[in-house]
Design a protein around this ligand. Sequence first.
Ligand SMILES: *[C@@H]1O[C@H](CO)[C@@H](O)[C@H](O)[C@H]1NC(C)=O
Ligand SMILES: *[C@@H]1O[C@H](CO)[C@@H](O)[C@H](O)[C@H]1NC(C)=O
Ligand SMILES: *[C@@H]1O[C@H](CO)[C@@H](O)[C@H](O)[C@H]1NC(C)=O
Ligand SMILES: *[C@@H]1O[C@H](CO)[C@@H](O)[C@H](O)[C@H]1NC(C)=O
Length: 273
Amino acid sequence: MRAATLVTCSTVIACVIATTTRFAQFDQLVIFGDSYSSTYFRPRSTQPSPANPFGNIGELRTNGPKWPQYLATKYNESTILVYNMAFGGSTVDQAIVPSRTNGSFVKQLNRFLNVYSPSAVTKTPNTTLYAFWFGINDVGKLFDSNGTASDADVLASGLYTQIFDRYFSLLRRLRTEAGARNFLFINVPPLERTPIAQKAPKGPYNSRTTALVTSFNQRIAELAGKVQNEFAGSTVYTYDAHGMFDHALGEPGSFPELASVRDTADYCAAYRW
Ligand SMILES: *[C@@H]1O[C@H](CO)[C@@H](O)[C@H](O)[C@H]1NC(C)=O
Ligand SMILES: *[C@@H]1O[C@H](CO)[C@@H](O)[C@H](O)[C@H]1NC(C)=O
Ligand SMILES: *[C@@H]1O[C@H](CO)[C@@H](O)[C@H](O)[C@H]1NC(C)=O
Ligand SMILES: *[C@@H]1O[C@H](CO)[C@@H](O)[C@H](O)[C@H]1NC(C)=O
């Protein structure tokens, strides 16, 4: 029941973010990420407005709303307009880890700055929260493109250093060109517990996933600390999606939202990705 897990866990993500970020101070949310976040917003089409906080929403390929929708319209404490630049399949930079869809943070940021900077969207950085959820495809693609390398080889290759140098330089650009002051970083869930990993041939695959995810998440924590230290006056939030997914996949019954979930290891047809 992957879809049910994803969708209802999204409720938990939204709920925790809403309760830990003094969310009421924000009236705009700008999101960069992959399919876990994307609502397939077209930035040159209908714009977000109080009556229509997401502006336009494309085909979600889930059997329900995603976390940004819960966060902005259910757990919100004010009206919040959402500029969701996230795009399915995105990595941080396709020049470093190629993306299946050509999506990347590089492209999302270019698009955002081209369309919205300067505009009313970038004029009020104190009340705008910028959220980032990358890594799921970066880690995932390492298996596809590098099936025989060991996790130690990948970790020693300097690839993560390249990814995170790039990630930071993109954040610096967002800071410089759009004045971003409030940052939320979401880390990578335990991909080794997903149905696709559970069904893959046993062996190094699962243990590699664990090591690569753990290392990626350490880098995200370091990145968050670096942003806090180097961008004067910024406020940085982190959300531990890894811990939440791990808990939810292991003990779905401990979350009211997951009370009906019976199987967290198999593919769910409602999730049509
Ligand atoms: C939350 O967002 C919805 C949709 O924009 C809005 O109707 C509602 O009034 C908001 N809630 C609060 C407490 O402002
Ligand atoms: C990605 O970009 C390349 C080069 O422009 C193009 O040939 C390819 O069709 C694109 N792939 C997708 C899935 O859009
Ligand atoms: C934004 O917040 C900073 C620090 O809290 C403050 O110094 C600044 O005056 C604020 N800017 C606006 C336009 O409110
Ligand atoms: C594949 O792994 C090697 C180390 O064994 C590394 O040097 C290389 O950058 C990796 N390539 C990709 C695309 O992950």
